[in-house]
Design a protein around this ligand. Sequence first.
Ligand code: SAH
Length: 337
Amino acid sequence: MFSMDLIQFQRLFNKEPRYRLEQAKKALFHDLIQNWQEAATLPLSLREELNKKWPIEISAKTFVSKDKNTTKVLLTLKDGLKIETVLMCHKDKRNTICVSSQVGCYLNCSFCATGKIGFERNLEVWEIVEQVLFFARYLKKIKEKVTNIVFMGMGEPFLNYQNVIGAIKILNDKEGFNLGARHFSISTVGIVDGIEKLAKEELQINLAISLHAPNDELRSKLMPINKKYPIKKILNAADDYIKKTRRRVMFEYIMIKNLNDSEEHAKTLAGLMKKPLYFVNLISYNPTGIFKPSFSLRIKKFKEILEKKGVMVTQRYRFGEDIEAACGQLVAKDGRK
Ligand code: SAH
């Protein structure tokens, strides 16, 4: 993995004619080369220099689910730490990459496996970009492309705000990877200053907020960060975000058996969520230890209550449970060195 930042990458081209950087970006992000030797438009000496100073091979171990729709990759970082990234191939031809933003996480939500391994460090811009490049190369072999990128892997993206936005800008860059802003989603536990900053970015990316409980008492039990950012503060930030951007906000709600899935919970949630441009995404809880997932009948009922009250609601399809690649199951097993 790279140890340098992208500005340093650009510096490698300081002595070159202007078009060289463009050629290199095209080779890297469009042709998806795996080694600079493959960059036929660049002179041999430059290719050799790039291979030395900015190697682009990615060493990884992949796991494919039985139904073949999910692929998880374990990437080793330059300091030996490990992260996981997931590719989900949808039936409608979307290929979504679920990227990590941190090694581990210190928010310790009770239902999420990532929190259990603690926090190691933030990922660098390039370490985020590489997760996408890995799968872009992987998909190219079967003549497919990355169509969506979601920051729903390990870590809290808004606690690594600058590097997450930096990576999005590289991947969104027309001269580079050129994936449209609307194809990116950031999921947050509700870090209010992150939501406020994003509202000012003028980037048309999607915002998702992990709510998971309709009242502060329960939410604080599930997500300790709720004490700092309680529901009201988060919803105020979401309202401001909508006012500024006119974009929809997704509220994620994991369905945990006998914990947050009663009719009462549904009614309280409906009261909070009945607003234009809000929508709820119900997620079946993926087992990580202590809780059990709600029965599907319960989820159906819960969904009906929300719908009857006029709340927009969707349900998330579960991917890759058998390879521990589903939401909240990412731990990069031999995560530490
Ligand atoms: N820290 C960010 C992004 C990572 S988690 C956040 O929390 O939003 C991405 C999504 O997976 C979040 O909605 C998270 O709450 C959810 N998730 C975590 N553990 C889960 C589990 N065991 N089952 C289902 N979803 C889970």
